[in-house]
Structures are given as structure tokens and as C-alpha cells.
Design a protein around this ligand. Structure first.
Ligand code: FE2
Length: 407
């Protein structure tokens, strides 16, 4: 908006606007009677005029650091369109910003800080009794998920809110897990490929590719950033064993904070090294086992005993870190925390890899002639076979937000 374009004023409302502190602050009343205060730099930076905000992209054109520090010289109320605007004039350039009154009220600097959607503050924390077994996990059939935007939105919202959802009747064909990932975002390719097979391998480079029990863990803690979503699609189940366990790591971390605040404090403040190496890969990352945001709220868990590296530091601190780590590891194994389920062919789990720990029980290696006959790839020994891939939460959240525009 250019100087001098103020079209009309409302005397009553104008009288209640006040410029304070030599033009440093604007005070005005909100519709609900609250007194709102905004600093001049904040107002100038959020100017919605076409010189400052590109009307096509919605991106900022203004370079606040490239202009003299603004001071408010006048404030008034102008009519419409739609609703009254608060028009602010700044020195030294006379620029004017016209803010919708409701926009200012909606962005009141009253101490309200919107929750980071990645933290515990935006989640539904759960223990096993809250979710029950697989039939009680947030679920949809593949046909409904792909054909009904509302069903798809409900599943994506469940992954954000509960950390996990399951799709049934996904065609049990190799490679389909990539099609599932592409419905919600973008596949994160890693050293394991665009997808990976979870089955018994003759020469495994990861214990996941054996029939051993795997304790609760998050994937790829040796990567920074970690893949934030994991998908696991069951193509064949085991004759016996191979059950899947899921633990809400945010609920578990909140429990640790309640029961052993000293251990929680140590784990959030101690970067722990992780590594993965094979013939063609050497990945390393060093992050706390429980990550918090700047306000101390739980934002990420990273836990995988298979790839933890020797912790270094002052001996007393390392000893305290081990005490905290063991308290955390034992807490994560409490049966009441884990939902135990058995994936059937066609089930596809989608979960937040920064929150949900997954585990599996040991399973029998197939030797029956019938299973051998169902091999799906050269060298496939038959038996339990999942295919997995990674994606990311930001892509999922974007997909959900766009879906919700038309629901
Ligand atoms: Fe895993």
C-alpha cells in the first residue's frame, strides 16, 4: 500500500489505537476487549501489501534487514474490503501496511505459542491398552484408502496423531509398498535402496535380515536426519512367530520423565553415537536418545541397541548416561507399553519412525516344500517376507493438508 491511500477512518476505533515508545509499538483493542501490542518491526515484516508480499506465491518480497529500522508514525482504521483494516504508517519511508483486524487478533502476541506439530503437545499418547491389538489400530482397507479422500485423510491424520496406522488388503505383490508410500509423500531412498526386503538372507548385513528376535528400536539412528516414516508391507507371514510389537516412544519417554526425571534429563542432554557400516556404506550420527524442542517437549526418540557406538566423555558422566540408558531400555520393554500384533499378507503398517519403536519376535525358518514352492525371487528361502521403505512426515502432513482443502 502506498502512502496517502487511506480511504476512510472510524473515529471511535481510531481513538483507541495508540502508538507507544516513540513509534516502537502499536496498541489496539481486540474484538474481545483484550489489549493487543505489536512491535513495529514485526508489523513491518508482516506487511501484506503487494510490494512486500508476492500475491501469486504468498512469499515475502520485503527484505527487512535491507531497509532502515521502521518506526510507527501513525495508525488509523480504514473501511473494508470485507472488514475494517488497521492502517499503520512507518518512518522513515512513509510506507503503509493495512492489516485486517481479525488477522491481528488471530496473531495476538499474548504469550500463546502454537504447538510444534512434531512434539508430544500435538500427539495422542498411548499405551497398549489404549489401542488394543491390530484390529483396534487406526485402519482402513486399501480400496477405501485409495478411493475415498476422507478415508485417506483419516489414516494420514492417525499417523500424525497416534504415530501408526495400518492398511489391510494391500495387494501382496512385491514393490507395492512403494505405491503406498507415494500416496502419502515421497519415498526416501537409502543405502538399502528404494525399498528393502525383510526376510532371512543367507549372508545378512543387518540382523533384521535373520530370523532372530529384534528388540524395540527405531530405524536408521545412524542417519541424520533419520527417515521419519517407515512402511512395512507383509507379503508372507511366518508359519510361527514373527509377531510385530509397537511402542509409543513419546508415551514411554513421558513415563520416564515422570518416574525418573534425572534419567530423562541425562538422555535429552547426551548425544549418543550410532554407526552402520558395510562394504559400501559408512553412516554415522550422534544425537540424544530422547530429543526435545527448545521448550523441552519430547520431539524425537532414537533407539537401536544394534548400532549404538561406545559413548565417550568424562567417566562419571558416561556412567550416569549408562544408568539413564538402561532405565530407558528397561522401561521400553514393559509389556503394558507394547501393542502386539501379527501382520497378515496384505497388511501395510505406516508409522512415525521418530516416535514409534518397532520390534519382532523370533520366527521359524521355513523348510516346508509348500513354502519353497511359493518363492518370489531367486534365492528366496520362503517364509516370512515383508517389504519396507521410508518416507517423511513433512510430505505426509502436506498431503493431508491439501486433501483437507477439498473435504
Ligand atoms: Fe526395523
Amino acid at each position: 500500500m502506498t502512502p496517502g491511500s487511506l480511504s476512510s477512518t472510524s473515529g471511535t476505533a481510531t481513538a483507541s489505537l495508540a502508538v507507544r515508545a516513540g513509534g516502537g509499538w502499536l496498541e489496539l483493542p481486540a474484538p474481545d476487549g483484550r489489549a493487543l501490542r505489536f512491535p513495529a518491526a514485526w508489523l513491518r515484516d508482516n506487511c501484506p501489501c503487494e510490494q512486500c508480499l508476492d500475491p501469486v506465491t504468498g512469499q515475502r518480497l520485503l527484505d527487512l534487514a535491507g531497509i532502515p529500522a521502521p518506526a510507527i508514525t501513525a495508525a488509523a482504521v480504514a473501511a473494508g474490503p470485507g472488514e475494517d483494516r488497521v492502517v499503520v504508517t512507518y518512518a522513515p519511508d512513509g510506507h503503509q501496511s493495512a492489516f485486517a483486524w481479525s488477522w491481528l487478533a488471530g496473531h495476538a502476541l499474548d504469550g500463546t505459542v502454537p504447538p510444534d506439530p512434531r512434539t508430544e503437545d500435538a500427539k495422542e499418547l498411548w499405551q497398549a491398552a489404549d489401542l488394543g491389538g491390530l484390529p483396534s489400530l487406526p485402519a482402513a482397507g486399501w480400496a477405501a484408502y485409495t478411493g475415498d479422500p476422507a478415508a485417506r485423510a483419516a489414516i494420514l491424520a492417525a499417523v500424525l496423531g497416534y504415530g501408526v496406522a495400518v492398511l489391510h488388503e494391500v495387494p501382496a505383490e512385491p514393490g507395492t509398498v512403494l505405491a503406498v508410500a507415494e500416496t502419502l509423500g515421497y519415498v526416501r531412498e537409502t543405502n538399502y535402496g528404494r525399498l528393502f526386503d525383510v526376510r532371512v538372507e543367507p549372508s545378512p548385513d543387518n540382523l533384521a535380515f535373520t530370523s532372530r528376535e529384534i528388540l524395540p528400536h527405531t530405524d536408521n539412528p545412524y542417519r541424520d536426519p533419520v527417515p521419519t516414516i517407515q512402511l512395512l508391507h507383509c507379503l508372507r507371514d511366518a508359519a510361527s512367530g514373527g509377531d510385530t510389537l509397537l511402542v509409543d516412544g513419546f508415551a514411554a519417554a513421558a513415563l520416564l520423565r515422570e518416574e525418573d526425571p534425572a534419567a530423562f534429563a541425562v538422555l535429552t542432554a547426551t548425544p549418543w553415537p550410532f554407526a552402520y557400516t558395510d562394504a559400501g556404506t559408512e553412516l554415522r550420527a550422534c544425537q540424544p536418545l530422547i530429543g526435545t524442542d527448545p521448550r523441552g517437549r519430547i520431539r524425537e526418540v532414537r533407539f537401536n541397541g544394534r548400532s549404538m557406538q561406545p559413548l565417550r566423555g568424562p567417566a562419571e558422566q558416561v556412567a550416569a548416561a549408562y544408568d539413564a540408558y538402561l532405565a530407558w531400555a528397561r522401561l521400553l520393554r514393559r509389556p503394558e507399553l507394547a501393542v502386539r500384533t501379527r501382520l497378515a499378507p496384505g497388511d501395510c503398517l505406516i508409522f512415525d519412525n521418530t516416535r514409534i519403536l518397532h520390534a519382532r519376535t523370533a520366527f521359524a525358518i521355513a523348510t516346508a516344500a509348500g513354502e519353497t514352492a511359493s518363492r518370489s525371487a531367486p534365492g528366496d528361502a520362503g517364509g516370512r517376507h515383508l517389504q519396507g521403505c521410508y518416507a517423511d512426515l513433512d510430505g505426509l502432513a502436506s498431503t493431508l493438508a491439501v486433501l483437507c482443502r477439498s473435504l
